[in-house]
Design a protein around this ligand. Sequence first.
Ligand code: SAM
Length: 482
Amino acid sequence: MFKYDASSSIADEFINDAEIRATLEYAEANKANRALIESIIEKARPVKKGNGCVCAGLTHREASVLLACDEPDLVEKMYAAAEEIKLAFYGNRIVIFAPLYLSNYCINGCLYCPYHLKNKTMPRKKLTQEEVKAEVIALQDMGHKRLAIEAGEDPKNNPIEYILDCIKTIYSVHHKNGDIRRVNVNIAATTVENYRKLKDAGIGTYILFQETYNKKRYEELHPTGPKHDYNYHTEAMDRAMQGGIDDVGLGVLFGLEGYKYEFAGLIMHAEHLEAVHGVGPHTISVPRVKKADDIDHDSFDNGISDETFTKIAACIRLAVPYTGMIVSTRESEAVRSKMLRVGVSQVSGGSRTSVGGYTQEARPHDTEQFDVSDQRTLDDVVRWLMESGHIPSFCTACYREGRTGDRFMSLCKSGQILNCCHPNALMTLTEYLVDYASPATKEVGFKMIADELNRIPKEKVRQIAAENIEAIKGSNRRDFRF
Ligand code: SAM
């Protein structure tokens, strides 16, 4: 019998089944305890400190009580507090990225994923370096600056050397005024040595979804292949950090197991990273299982409603206040709109989930990983964000200026976001508008930039940002940053 210990290096101890079950009982017993719930929401709200603010975050027990509560007025209070925290640390900026699928060769047997080894209907494809180049040009021509690369697990077809070659190729392509300035990596759990190689290749965040925190369910869902090993998978972020990667991204594939269990596990994982490495997850993703080729979607009976999904996002924001929260195009425009109001800070746009999908005119489905719900173009997504009061940001400055791990968290807390991230967002948005946007998007965007420049508190910063914006409009000079 394992005992709960957030600082342990053993998965069964830092994600402890008995502790999760006790947490769920505690949450159920207190789900209508208004005084307790109000005090937890109050604890999570930002408090002024110096020029900035700080947030206490919540323990997995406190956060689970909020998630269990379904009193409508209290849920509204949670949403308001989540938005308040998001605005305090990230302002109205929303970071934009796109996934790039490199290879769908995979030797695992994941029951929810169409890349599983036994799927004989899906053609297997792996991009050559020439094809990677072509995909990157297509992504740069859309306006993307930040990618998340994706690949199945296959040591023969997609060894770490292949992934490293692809990263090198991606960073080497400069088409017209285009650039990919940050490559995040979503590949299977690997060794400390390989994480060090990824770090040396200049990656941004290492992302690995836990899929499910329930060990028994995990083992059923991953019957074959290296991914079957729950502990190796769950301890991957510790190895990534040992390999020098400061920014790691967590995620659960919601729908595989009861959401309350997953949520408690996810918050415990964040607590573990904080306890051991002194820095929590850089991002948390909230994917939901989607229909896909050769997958029995109906066998996942833990599907969650849009309302519950929104509450999960709000509770993550309250519990892990400094994390970037990501919602992908697995979700529809309507759901993404709701999520933006409860703490989401990053979205993908114009995504294709097939290998080689960006270089094809029509959206290909043969190698697609899952159905994409939000099929709008990047230009539509950018305009939609601005029309709802958000600044689409193509900024990648933090990691390129060495503001990773706890240095990024200190920037968040310092109140300097408006003097740093805000002008960076406006300058990179200007690049997008000048180089790639449609006339309708340009019109909305330039007006927004003029208004938002006035919100930069420091006069000197405001002046430099305004000069750089004019330089971007009037020349090919790009990549200004604070
Ligand atoms: N192969 C890597 C691994 O095993 O972690 C990561 C790459 S995989 C392309 C990225 C993620 O897609 C998986 O971690 C999983 O959560 C998600 N995924 C797989 N099948 C899915 C489905 N049917 N619907 C939604 N997301 C899915």
